[in-house]
Design a protein around this ligand. Structure first.
Ligand code: C5P
Length: 236
C-alpha cells in the first residue's frame, strides 16, 4: 500500500535491510530516523534509495537557515523521497529548506523530495509545552505552525491522529499530512497515547501513515503490513 510508511526503528543496517527485503512490495516507503542514521549514516539511506525504495529521512532538522539548507541539499543528493524539519525553526528556516531542495534537485535534474515539518511533537503535554514558554493550547499551536509551514512553501506536516482534522480545515487540500501513532484495537500502544487505526487516520484526511512496532515487532512483519493495507481498503 503506497500510503503506508514503515519506520525502520532498529539498531543495525543488517536488521533494517532484512526488514526492507521482507516488506518491499507491500509498503509504500521506509522511514529512517535518528536511531538508525546515527549508527549507520547516509550509506544505508543511499543503499535503499539506489535500489528504488522511497525513503523518508526523519531527522527533524532545526537550526539556522543556512545550516538547514545545507542538510536538506545533502538529503536531496542521497535521493530521499521525503525529509523533514521542525516548523518551530521558523519561516526563514523553512523557506531556506524549500529553496535548497528545489535547487539541489534542479542541479541533479531530478524531482525534489517532499519537505515536511513537525509542528508539536506528540510526546508534548499542554504543561510541557507551557514550560517552554508557549502558552497557546496544543491544537492552536499546531494550527499556527501548520499555517506557517504552508506559507513557507513546504509540502506538509507530520501530525498526530487528533490533529488531522484541524489541519485539513486550516490548510489547502493539497497540503500533505503524515500521521504516526497508528494502532489497531489489539495492538500494544507502548509510548503512543493519541492513537488511531490506519483506516481511521486515512479516513480523517491523512495522506500517509507511519507505522513502526505493530509491523516491525510482529512475528510476521509482511503479514502485519498486509493486514493493515486490507483494513484500509475495507475501511475497518
Ligand atoms: O512504533 P511506532 O508505530 O510507535 O512508530 C512511530 C514512528 O513515528 C517512530 O519512528 C516515531 O519516532 C515516529 N514519530 C512519532 N510521533 C511523531 C513523529 C514521529 O511517533 N510526532
Amino acid at each position: 500500500m503506497d500510503q503506508l510508511i514503515v519506520a525502520l526503528d532498529v539498531d543495525t543496517a543488517d536488521e533494517a535491510r532484512a526488514l526492507a527485503n521482507t516488506l518491499r512490495g507491500s509498503v509504500g516507503a521506509f522511514k529512517i530516523g535518528s536511531r538508525l542514521f546515527t549508527s549507520h549514516g547516509p550509506a544505508f539511506v543511499e543503499e535503499l534509495a539506489r535500489r528504488g525504495d522511497r525513503v523518508f529521512l526523519d531527522l527533524k532538522f532545526h537550526d539556522i537557515p543556512n545550516t538547514v539548507a545545507g542538510a536538506i541539499a545533502a538529503a536531496t543528493r542521497l535521493g530521499v523521497w521525503m525529509v523533514n524539519v521542525h516548523a518551530g525553526g521558523g519561516l526563514d528556516m523553512m523557506r531556506a529548506a524549500r529553496q535548497a531542495a528545489d535547487e539541489e534537485a534542479a542541479r541533479m535534474m531530478s524531482s525534489p523530495p517532499l519537505v515536511i515539518a513537525v509542528t508539536v511533537l506528540t510526546s508534548f503535554t499542554e504543561a510541557g509545552l507551557a514550560a517552554t514558554g508557549v502558552t497557546s493550547a496544543v491544537p492552536d499551536h499546531v494550527r499556527r505552525l501548520a499555517l506557517l509551514t504552508q506559507e513557507s512553501g513546504l509540502d506538509g506536516v507530520v501530525a498526530s491522529p487528533q490533529e488531522i482534522q484541524l489541519i485539513r480545515e486550516a490548510c489547502d487540500p493539497r497540503f500533505q499530512i503524515v500521521t504516526p501513532g497508528i494502532r489497531g484495537a489489539s495492538d500494544v500502544k507502548g509510548d503512543q497515547h493519541r492513537t488511531a487505526s490506519a483506516a481511521g487516520a486515512l479516513g480523517s484526511g491523512a495522506n500517509y501513515i507511519v507505522v513502526g512496532r505493530p509491523i516491525i515487532a510482529a512475528a510476521d512483519p509482511r503479514a502485519a503490513a498486509e493486514k493493515i493495507a486490507a483494513e484500509c481498503r475495507t475501511g475497518a
